[in-house]
Design a protein around this ligand. Structure first.
Ligand SMILES: [Zn+2]
Length: 56
């Protein structure tokens, strides 16, 4: 049997973020309705609280 994914919780949007420390870009799965995403950079290994829509 194949499992339908459409009946499950909506997929979290993929957000493009950039590391405030080293500028590295990455794509993360950012849960809907969550304004702050705690992220650890795999490149410089620092941790940040990223704010949705804070890119500019
Ligand atoms: Zn970094």
């Amino acid at each position: 049997m194949s499992e339908s994914t459409s009946s499950r919780a909506p997929a979290a949007p993929r957000e493009r973020i950039s590391c405030p420390g080293c500028g590295r870009h990455d794509w993360v799965t950012w849960p809907a309705g969550q304004d702050i995403y705690h992220w650890k950079c795999f490149n410089c290994e620092k941790e940040f609280d990223l704010h949705r829509g804070g890119r500019h």
